[in-house]
Design a protein around this ligand. Structure first.
Ligand code: FAD
Ligand code: ZN
Length: 503
């Protein structure tokens, strides 16, 4: 078995993902969120003709979408599980336009839902009622790149993949990478404090973002466009907006520290007998591969079965109970390969792993990553998916998936887990044939209570959005919550920004 590595990369993966996800049309459009979740509409004004006249004056006819068919893709979330009933999308191209729009909405008490790439999976990006949708999709210009410091300045609507492509041509890359990169925008990434596969190496966005420009609810433009690595002059206001999910202001520009493109990248795809062995192999990787590790992901065999069932992809090493994916990024290929070989042989000798392959070329790596990135695409073809994005201590990281599988019994079609092992973040998924309130009530709040008991987090990277907001009071202390509410009151006293979300 061992000889397969380094000299026998199998090309079983036939279709590389294009990273732009279209959820399968198996599901018809969902019922309106307001009905399914029985939410009461806030005291906001409804749109009137004179509001539309104002928006038309600011944006012109092309900057607005009012056609109900065209509106649908903005009203329905990525998972096709939530649906708002907005009748207006605004598509500004400048900060000044956003400033005018928010000042007007604030004055007229019109609620606003900011939307980036609409790939969020906790219902933050779609309206619940008839909020005006403010899409940043036309604010997609790179403003400046300092190739020496690696600081990129751009507008909030730039698509992550496009930014990365732009940087790669200049031997740099974004410090963040995630499966939705073909659609998600940097403004959305910051607003959700997105994680993804590069967090292990480059840390979370709080560490990479140097500056932001934000429009406040009253239209005031807050210029925090710092591009220095070190600047301790007063409160770091830009951090307030990272992870604030569109509830405190609209991010319009970003200055972000980018990383040099590594000269040598390898990807190991390993099979293991059980999760204890996965952890042993992970621990060994931390010591043996140390400074060159750039990502550590895992998935169980149920996840692989799902991908194999709904795509043309398959395991490059055959079936194993667990898979561990380790990416290394260094500056000298011979050095890195020697380390990888030593690591692999050591893991085999100790029986931490049963098999593995290494991808050395970019094409091979892309094919292997497409298995991991193809999970989301396959998942939503499996039926209705209850998706949980949790952080857990390693002691309960996978045990919790097993526990939930037992808890669900025959009620679930499939219970599976995959995730960013190196960051202690697992995506636990429960798929059933069709949405049912009965099953929802069976899973929640049980699952959140258990995560809390296990000292985990109910949102490792996707945020609170609409779907998890009612659980926030259960996991945050009253002091935490009241400070959050005071901040919200300070930034958006009329509550026009993304109502029904987070708080
Ligand atoms: P949207 O979904 O449009 O919005 C998300 C939230 O941010 C909303 O609350 C919205 O109001 C707010 N918002 C958007 N733009 C702005 C702005 N300019 N100013 C203020 N508020 C704004 N997430 C991860 O963290 N890690 C992953 O590995 C990951 N993988 C994914 C894989 C797939 C296939 C999919 C579909 C999603 C994945 N996600 C992941 C979730 C999602 O892609 C991220 O949350 C992403 O950051 C959302 O960006 P977006 O532009 O689509 O934002
Ligand atoms: Zn993730």
């Amino acid at each position: 078995m061992r000889k397969r590595i380094f000299n026998n990369f199998k090309t079983l993966l036939s279709s590389a993902s294009n990273n732009i996800f279209h959820v399968n049309k198996l599901h018809s459009y969902p019922n309106f969120t307001k009905n399914v979740y029985q939410v009461n509409r806030g005291p906001y004004k409804s749109l009137e003709e004179h509001h539309l006249t104002f928006f038309r004056d600011v944006l012109g006819e092309n900057g607005m979408i009012v056609d109900l068919c065209d509106l649908e893709k903005y009203n329905v979330d990525f998972t096709k599980q939530l649906r708002g009933c907005s009748t207006l999308v605004l598509r500004p191209t400048t900060t000044q336009q956003i400033s005018k729009i928010l000042s007007f909405c604030n004055h007229n008490h019109l609620a606003v839902c900011t939307q980036g790439g609409n790939t969020g999976i906790c219902g933050g990006a779609t309206p619940v009622f008839d909020e005006v949708i403010l899409s940043t999709e036309l604010m997609n210009k790179v403003i400046h790149l300092d190739e020496l410091s690696g600081v990129l300045t751009c507008e909030a609507g730039c698509v992550l993949q496009q930014l990365n492509d732009f940087l790669v041509e200049r031997d740099l890359m974004m410090p963040i990478d995630l499966g939705a990169k073909g659609s998600c925008q940097i403004g959305g990434n910051l607003s959700t404090n997105a994680g993804g596969i590069r967090l292990y190496r480059y840390g979370n966005l709080h560490g990479n973002v140097l500056g932001l420009e934000v429009v406040k609810a009253d239209g005031e433009v807050l210029d925090c466009m710092n591009t220095l690595k070190k600047d301790n002059t007063g409160y770091h206001l830009q951090h307030l907006f990272i992870g604030s999910e569109g509830t405190l202001g609209i991010i319009t520009k970003v200055a972000i520290q980018c990383a040099p493109k590594p000269k040598s990248v390898h990807l190991l795809f390993l099979g293991a007998q059980n999760f204890t062995k996965v952890l042993k192999a992970y621990k060994k990787a931390r010591y043996d591969l140390g400074e060159i590790i750039s990502a550590v992901e895992c998935m169980d065999h149920q996840t692989m079965e799902l991908v194999e069932e709904h795509s043309e992809l398959s395991s490059p090493i055959g079936p194993y109970p667990f898979y561990l994916i380790i990416e290394t990024s260094g500056s000298e290929s011979v050095h890195d390969q020697k380390k990888l070989e030593g690591y692999f042989n050591g893991c085999m000798d100790k029986h931490f792993i049963l098999n593995g392959v290494v991808a050395t070329s970019a094409a091979q790596r892309e094919k292997l990553w497409s298995i991991r990135e193809g999970i989301a695409h396959s998942m939503y073809q499996d039926g209705y998916v209850f998706s949980y994005d949790i952080s857990l201590p390693f002691s309960s990281y996978y045990d919790f998936v097993t526990e939930m599988r037992e808890y669900m019994g025959k009620k679930a079609h499939r219970v599976f887990g995959f995730g960013h092992l190196g960051d202690g973040n697992i995506h636990l998924q429960i798929s059933i044939k069709e949405f049912s309130n009965e099953i929802l009530n069976y899973i929640e709040p049980h699952i959140y209570n258990r995560v809390d008991e296990l000292h985990g987090s109910i949102s490792a990277e996707h945020g609170i959005g609409f779907l998890k907001r009612k659980y926030l009071p259960k996991i945050k202390s009253s002091e935490n919550l009241s400070t959050m509410r005071k901040l919200k009151m300070l930034m958006d006293p009329k509550g026009i920004l993304n109502p029904y979300k987070v708080l």
